[in-house]
Design a protein around this ligand. Structure first.
Ligand code: KG4
Ligand code: ZN
Length: 345
């Protein structure tokens, strides 16, 4: 399989060329961060317009850098959802036109399954059979969830956020701290300059029947944390911003790690832990997860940074690692696409 993959669900226009067994020949990402920064978040109309502008050169560059030619390709994989519908449509239309022109199969892909499959870009993930069941912490800008992967393409939902995602808490928290978008890396950098080790924000680990109903056995919650930050800043305007960033990041990351610990304590079958999505780039999160898995004697699968944030290589990894049916007609962009192969416990 020689696959061209396209990702355009949010503010990155990306294309990649991959082959089976999983190997990335090229991965090109054009980020729109600078375009959206003045607005403090992603503006959907602007994103769609920028995708249309960037797609032609991003696609050309991905094929050129791969060393293959257009006629070598035998499949196209494109993100179908979730995401911004006009942005998804740009990538789907480009990919569909290429697949029709080259008379090759077209694979619609779920964006979050792309993030899940990015764990196979980890150096520690050579043999999928030995890693499963794997506990995957999925932490993107819009989603926070823990899944038990019994095999690539088979997932059980263990828990998810009942309100904001961890990435969203960082992005919104950064705004309150008057830092630019996206907030995660900004908070991380600022926190590094703090000499304080004080922590005072609460962990977002709700309990009770209602939380379990909405968030599964291991629910997360981050909206209260964001409110605590707002109130703290109002009451303590003179506290050094880097100390606040340190304490806030600590609360977000320790909330995530606490839930992973809860699962590992309850489920002794888990053979590895993986962390995927943009927030997986965070060093505090990685250090704490590493400490935890060491106690349990299992590996932590860390994904190279370029495959944590949105990219097309992870989208191409889905038809390579799992069985995906090619589309027989143009698939509609679906902002609320459900993850296939997902069982609720
Ligand atoms: O997975 P991703 O690129 O996009 C979505 O699918 O949402 O994740 C973006 C999120 C943003 O919330 C951003 O603030 C966060 O990842 N992020 C980080 C770091 N780098 C990006 N969060 C914490 N630490 C980082 N170093
Ligand atoms: Zn993403």
């Amino acid at each position: 399989m020689r696959l061209l993959a396209i990702e355009s669900s949010c503010d990155e226009t990306a294309a990649a060329v991959l082959t089976y067994p999983l190997h990335v020949h090229s991965s090109v990402v054009a980020s729109q961060i600078a375009d959206h920064q003045p607005y403090g978040g992603v503006v959907p109309e602007l994103a769609a317009r920028e995708h249309v502008k960037a797609l032609p050169w991003v696609l050309e560059q991905a094929v050129k850098e791969s060393g293959l030619t257009w006629s070598d390709l035998d499949g196209v994989a494109v993100t179908q959802g979730p995401g911004l519908s006009s942005s998804l449509l740009s990538g789907l239309s480009a990919g569909w036109a290429i697949a029709r022109r080259l008379k090759i199969p077209f694979y619609p892909v779920h964006h979050l399954e792309g993030h899940l499959m990015s764990l196979f870009f980890s150096e520690q993930a050579q043999n999928p059979e030995l890693l499963c069941p794997s506990l995957v912490l999925l932490v993107t800008g819009g989603h926070t969830a823990m899944l038990r992967m019994t095999a690539p393409g088979e997932y059980e939902l263990l828990g998810r956020s009942i309100d904001d995602a961890a990435g969203e808490a960082l992005d919104k928290g950064a705004r309150l701290l008057e830092l630019p978008y996206p907030g995660g890396p900004e908070i991380e950098q600022l926190a590094k300059t703090s000499s304080s080790t004080d922590t005072w924000f609460p962990l977002g680990a709700p309990s009770g029947e209602e939380a379990r109903k909405r968030g599964g056995d291991y629910p997360f919650s981050f909206s209260g944390l964001k409110t605590s930050l707002r109130v703290y800043l109002e009451r303590n305007p003179d506290r050094a911003r880097e100390d606040v960033a340190y304490a806030y990041q600590h609360a977000v990351m320790h909330t995530l790690v606490k839930r992973v610990r809860d699962v590992l304590t309850a489920d002794s079958d888990i053979r590895s832990v993986a962390c995927v999505g943009g927030v997986a780039k965070n060093q505090v999160l990685n250090q704490e997860l590493q400490r935890l898995v060491d106690q349990h004697g299992i590996p932590l699968l860390t994904v190279p940074g370029k495959y944590c944030t949105d990219n097309a290589a992870m989208i191409g990894a889905v038809p390579i690692m799992t069985e995906v049916e090619p589309a027989t007609q143009f698939p509609a962009a679906d902002p609320n696409l459900a993850l296939r192969g997902l069982r609720l416990r």
